[in-house]
Design a protein around this ligand. Structure first.
Ligand code: PLP
Length: 415
């Protein structure tokens, strides 16, 4: 059947020749429409943290839809699942007196966090603080602001200047951030965004002391530090929001993906009590921002059960206890002549970057390797020069080894 489905981030001229259609999933396995089984080594787009086919989540969402399918949370309206998940997340977050603003995904959470930051400064009598600094190689989704600040150049170019008052700094240097704040003028800077571990930009962990260092610099100059935990949250790094691994306390945290393990779309922003204060304590200062589906009851009901499962099955801790096993499973690949670097060891998150000479000789090498590994029954995700691994947190040691072996087999065939 000729497809009318326009895939995101995809070369449709190639995709229209054939789509890879998935049909069902169970734990770490997914099945295509021909019944072939694959090991989901990336938990879809980094998010099926509790694994596929969890009946409890589906039942909770269906029950909520039968009870009250939708109700907005504008004004004094609320619904029970939205209230409950906001309180639950506020309690889990490493921020004092936290408040939670709900969205339908990560990109909308980024837009929300940056708008909260700008309005916060405005309320503090500093309306000139609008500039936003992000990092080279960062990915913050593809909504307006996320596109405007994208650190992966290809995701920003060709759309015109969406956020003129923004700039990017090296991803590994605290000094580079300080210099940029001073260049722009601290009185003009609203916020600095960082992923605890850069995800889509290649799985790049922060250097020693980086997270605490950049937050200190932000606070020195009155800039709000926004941690984008869309990938790193809900167990991916072995903690609820990723930043706890470095004992870092940002001003705002964005989340999505693992909050529902993707069973329904949900995201949000956790705000430090100090940042929420102008909106929560001073009358007449509404945040004029939000969407129809903010606090959607079925999505929140799904999220609540997902959080129950993460807790009940010890999956957040598992993100940490299994990190060494993942690193060990991928380590032998570093010896392969076609591999430049293996990055793994923080959480259930890893990447294998291909040799630059291979990429020059064969520009399609990353996609070719993805296909060769897929033929071996393992799904990986291309990330520029690398392939990513970020399996469900339920993954077993044997299955991590299987990923490493399929990877090696694909590399041998590519050689
Ligand atoms: N921020 C980060 C770090 C992400 O990885 C993503 C998506 O991959 C987003 C934001 C955007 O989230 P969404 O795709 O739900 O809009």
């Amino acid at each position: 059947m000729e497809t009318a489905l326009w895939h995101p981030f995809s070369d449709m001229a190639a995709v229209r020749e054939g789509e890879f259609v998935l049909d069902r999933g169970e734990d770490v396995w997914v099945y295509d429409t021909d019944g072939n089984r694959y090991l989901d080594a990336t938990a879809s787009l980094w998010y099926v943290n509790v694994g596929h086919g969890r009946r409890e989540i589906a039942d909770a969402a269906a029950e909520q839809m039968r009870k009250l399918a939708g109700y907005s949370i504008f004004g004094d309206f609320a619904n029970e699942p939205a209230r409950a998940i906001a309180n639950r997340i506020a309690g889990l977050a490493p921020l004092p007196d936290a408040k939670v603003f709900l969205t339908t995904g990560g990109g909308e959470a980024i837009d929300s966090a940056v708008k909260i930051a700008r309005r916060y400064h405005d309320a503090q009598g500093e309306p000139g603080r609008v500039h936003v600094i992000s990092r080279a190689q960062s990915y913050h989704g593809t909504n307006g602001i996320g596109t405007g600040i994208a650190g992966i150049e290809a995701n920003r170019s060709g759309f015109g200047e969406i956020l003129p008052s923004s700039s990017r700094v090296r991803y590994d240097s605290v000094d580079a951030l300080r210099e940029e704040i001073l260049r722009v003028g601290p009185e003009n800077v609203a916020a600095f965004l960082f992923e605890p571990v850069i995800g889509a930009g290649g799985v790049l962990p922060p250097p020693e002391g980086y997270l605490r260092g950049v937050i200190e610099v932000c606070h020195e100059y009155g800039v709000l530090a926004i941690a984008d935990a869309v990938i790193c949250g809900f167990g991916r790094l072995g903690t609820w929001f990723g930043v706890e691994r470095w004992d870092a306390e940002p001003d705002l945290i964005t989340f999505a993906k693992g909050v529902t393990s993707g069973y329904l779309p949900l995201g949000g922003v956790v705000a430090h009590g100090r940042v929420a204060e102008p909106f929560w304590e001073r009358g007449g200062n509404a945040l004029r921002h939000g969407a129809t589906y903010s606090g959607h009851p079925a999505a929140c009901a799904a999220g609540l059960v997902n959080i129950d499962l993460l807790e009940r099955d010890g999956l957040v801790e598992r993100g940490r206890t299994m990190e060494g096993v993942l690193a060990e499973a991928l380590a032998p690949l570093a010896e392969h002549s076609l591999v430049a670097e293996v990055r793994a060891g923080i959480g259930l998150l890893g990447a294998v970057e291909l040799d630059p000479e291979l990429l020059r000789r064969l520009p399609s090498a990353v996609n070719d390797l993805q296909m060769l590994v897929r033929q071996r029954g393992v799904l990986l995700r291309p990330l520029g020069k690398a392939l990513a691994v970020s399996p469900p947190l339920t993954i077993q040691t044997e299955q991590l080894r299987e990923i490493g072996e399929a990877f090696a087999g694909g590399l041998d065939e590519l050689a």
